[in-house]
Design a protein around this ligand. Sequence first.
Ligand code: ATP
Ligand code: MG
Length: 343
Amino acid sequence: MNQVQKKRSVQDKGSYAIEAHGLVKTYGSNRAVDGVDLKVGTGMIYGVLGPNGAGKTTVIRMLATLLRPDAGSARIFGHDVVKEPQIVRQLIGVTGQYASVDESLSATENLIIFSRLLGLGRAESRNKAEELLEEFGLTEAAKRPLKNFSGGMRRRLDLAASLIAQPPLIFLDEPTTGLDPRTRNQMWDTIRRLVNTGSTVLLTTQYLEEADQLADRIAVIDTGKVVAEGTVDELKASVGNSSLHLKVLNPKDMGNARLIVERVLQVRSNVSAESAKIMAPMGDVDRVTDLLVALREAGISLLEMSVQKPTLDEVFLTLTGDGVKEEAGYASGSAKNKEGVLA
Ligand SMILES: Nc1ncnc2c1ncn2[C@@H]1O[C@H](COP(=O)(O)OP(=O)(O)OP(=O)(O)O)[C@@H](O)[C@H]1O
Ligand SMILES: [Mg+2]
């Protein structure tokens, strides 16, 4: 059976690529995953979004048979991850799983070896390697040994290796963390292409913009629980149809301006720390006039004001609470990679 036939035949078995009920994983007294339900239809990009330590990677590891759940169950294309792990493993790909690339070999050699191991012929392996190196912008570096690769280049090679077989379901755990913007855009195109050619993708991301751009549906996870689920538009609508964005001219007026916003609009506001912008949901757009009058009476000058559709940042702040997450890099899509290095 070739890959395409394999994909079709597994997808006929059930309408869901992933179906999880009540997944739990406990580490000591820490319920890292605390009863997660997920339903991911075939042929879509599903985004899992959450702050550091929310439990995203732990969920993926359970779905990918790398970690046994303490409670609950999960099926991949209808196959139970605990009872049928061998079948499940044939249907999935996980980035990071080929960490054992050979340092002394070149990128081309590594990819050819992976292809051969997966049963591709000699010529086919060479073509596949060239194709992937081209796609991931590694052609220039292809002949150099891996020990001279930068972190970003390694990440790209790692993803390239995991895509040789193009399995029906692909888990991408923060696929673009640490990549420069140009490579990130290439990666987005690759992910879209994977779905257009029949795969289902579940990806976790630190970048709200990435989820907004790529995901058909999103689950927001916080402290081991799914706190919201839906399409991007549904999630945005859940925090109100319009939202106020406001910047004050003088930073010392921030606190006071925020109090006035909350008093006049009768809502809670959020502040994006980095850009010093006050954001608040708006039920009634007419209130803007009252707000402007109140701000002028308080002697507060504005730098910028707009009323717009909520951003995914606001959804995220509203759902997972204010403040703390901004330090983790959620303000205005300014997430940094965990190592704090640029590729
Ligand atoms: N092997 C382990 N032993 C003990 N605790 C763990 C282990 N793996 C994860 N945890 C804990 O489980 C919780 C969830 O971790 P997890 O890695 O799933 O979060 P995450 O959402 O992927 O976070 P990040 O965005 O930082 O990747 C955290 O509190 C973490 O410290
Ligand atoms: Mg993680």
